[in-house]
Design a protein. Structure first.
Length: 236
């Protein structure tokens, strides 16, 4: 059986935090396991209780977390993740990532990761257009970080322009498009499998034979499952 895919969803401070709640719901509905990690600023916009209810898992907010057996949540959480998604990603957090800073749980586990990192920027248009932010974004792209968004539109501050976080449904679709090999990984990709199905006959002599009443249903089911998991299947 294919292992459930596991995402760490990092949330930083921003009004777009409410979109992360809907994104979590969509991911969980799709069968993805979501571990939410929130910065202190994010907790001012939406409560960890809300995110725990939507994800079905305890939310982590502190670097020093006694609930983690080895006392190193930044290592433990990054090891479990198939990918880390930071949404919303504030200008401040983007600057941290670009400069390799690690002064809280979320930034530290991003630095300790061994998996794809995706960020969904969310900020005022002036902050987005600021040369410093654009330099940081280009730096992250060169480092292999996947940038999704932002979008243009009306902002919470009353202005209109680039900087809005992508809508949850759009971000959800973009995540699966960009992380197809991660979220929809085929564990049997590039494998060739030979499967026999149905009854077999072993001849004793020209008149007699040993056989069975197998319907082949089990073999057909295994072949279908192997195909879904990416294998090249030969069914006999």
């Amino acid at each position: 059986m294919q292992r459930t895919k596991h995402l760490v969803l990092g949330m930083t401070g921003g009004i777009a935090a409410y979109k992360a709640a809907e994104l979590t719901r969509l991911l969980v509905k799709q069968g993805v396991s979501v571990q939410v990690v929130m910065t202190d600023a994010a907790c001012h916009f939406i409560t960890p209780t809300t995110m725990q209810a939507l994800s079905g898992r305890a939310v982590h907010t502190k670097m020093w977390d006694a609930s983690i057996p080895n006392g190193m949540p930044h290592i433990e959480l990054s090891r479990e993740a198939d990918a880390i998604v930071v949404a919303p990603a504030s200008a401040d957090f983007i600057a941290k990532l670009a400069n390799g800073q690690a002064d809280d749980l979320l930034s530290t586990l991003c630095l300790a990761r061994d998996c794809p990192l995706v960020i969904a920027p969310a900020m005022n248009k002036q902050m987005w257009e600021n040369p410093a932010t654009q330099r940081n974004i280009e730096h992250l792209k060169k480092d292999g970080v996947i940038i999704l968004g932002p979008d243009s539109g009306e902002q919470a501050c009353g202005e209109t322009g680039m900087g809005r976080m992508l809508e949850p449904e759009v971000l959800f679709a973009e995540l699966f498009a960009k992380l197809n090999d991660t979220l929809d990984a085929k564990p049997l990709a590039n494998k060739r499998i030979l499967i026999t199905a149905g009854p077999t006959i072993e001849q004793i002599d020209p008149v007699r034979a040993i056989t069975n009443f197998s319907s082949g249903k089990m073999g057909y089911s295994i072949a279908e499952a192997a195909l879904e998991m990416g294998a090249e299947v030969t069914l006999v």
